[in-house]
Write a protein that binds this ligand. Structure first.
Ligand code: CTP
Length: 279
């Protein structure tokens, strides 16, 4: 396996490209190069791939993942949304985006064409995933609906704000002479319910973040939102929910309720993708 790193002129030179073609013919695997700042100061193609990507590519060669979702198009929403009050303040929530990002990464590894509609987060987008970055619930709705037009399935893992300020200010509100103690809110569109309404015979899976009556509330959400399954999370536990690396979840569908053990988010992602396959 080769991870080339060189000046862009050298990389694009016909001799280099011909040599790379010869290496590929001999089943040598190539990772990258990426684009960005090069050692010489140019910004172009030729940058060594990130070490994490090289490790992942090596793992894929040594232990290939079954491409059971090849050809399937999946839309995944992830992360929180930020609803602006004014240019410096927003209403948000504690979602890190980890669960949806894990889903996107695992789905791509299993061969799916993934569009990740991602709210504000500092986490990286997995390799091979097309990402649409959004800030607000209404931007997330627009991007998810657009990607869903040509998709086979959607998984809504985002923690979408339920309410947004009715009239965000275009300047920073001053507490001395403007109202900051009462912000009028309007309800956002439920993206999961809207995708479920449009789904036809396609599949839509949602999440439920609950602190109590986890399964009962999830069952109600399944009916109210009209999706195929709800992954119910107990976000009151230290090992589950926002920002953690593991989740304690239940799969709630019309087929019944299945309790899952505490799983890492990538393991839970794989279980959810298995569910999609079975459905
Ligand atoms: N969801 C969505 N759009 C919204 C609100 C929620 O797509 N405007 C989706 C979430 O992505 C998740 C599911 O609906 O898949 C449930 O989200 P949750 O916050 O648990 O439930 P709510 O519908 O907001 O209900 P409540 O806050 O009363 O629990």
């Amino acid at each position: 396996m080769i991870a080339p790193a060189m000046n862009n002129g050298m990389w694009k030179a016909p001799a280099t490209q011909a040599n790379m073609a010869t290496l590929r013919e001999h089943d040598v695997h190539v990772v990258g190069p990426g684009s960005g700042y090069l050692a010489c100061g140019d910004v172009d193609t030729g940058r060594m791939s990130e070490p994490e990507d090289i490790v992942e590519a090596v793992c894929e060669v040594l232990n290939p993942v079954q491409q059971d979702l090849a050809g399937k198009r999946i839309v995944i929403t992830a992360g929180p949304t930020h609803e602006p009050i004014d240019p410096v303040r927003f209403i948000g929530n504690r979602s890190s985006g980890k669960m949806g990002i894990a889903l996107a990464g695992e789905a791509a590894r299993r061969g799916a064409v993934v569009t990740l509609v991602l709210g504000p987060t500092s986490l990286d987008v997995p390799r091979g995933v097309e990402c649409v970055h959004v800030q607000t619930a209404s931007e997330m709705l627009k991007a998810a609906l657009s990607a869903f037009q040509t998709a086979d399935a959607a998984v809504c893992a985002a923690a979408v704000a339920d309410y947004t300020p009715a009239a965000p200010a275009d300047h920073k509100l001053k507490k001395a002479n403007e109202r900051l103690d009462r912000i009028e809110l309007v309800e956002t569109v439920d993206i999961l319910a809207e995708l479920s309404r449009q789904k036809g015979d396609r599949l839509v899976i949602g999440f439920a973040a609950e602190t109590d009556n986890v399964v009962e509330y999830a069952e109600r959400k399944l009916t109210r939102k009209g999706c195929d399954a709800i992954i119910a999370n107990d976000v009151s536990r230290a090992d589950s929910g926002f920002g953690t690396d593991t989740n304690k979840a239940w799969i709630v569908s019309i087929a019944g309720t299945q309790e899952l053990p505490v799983l890492t988010k990538p393991q839970l992602a794989d279980t959810i993708l298995d569910l999609l396959q079975n459905l």
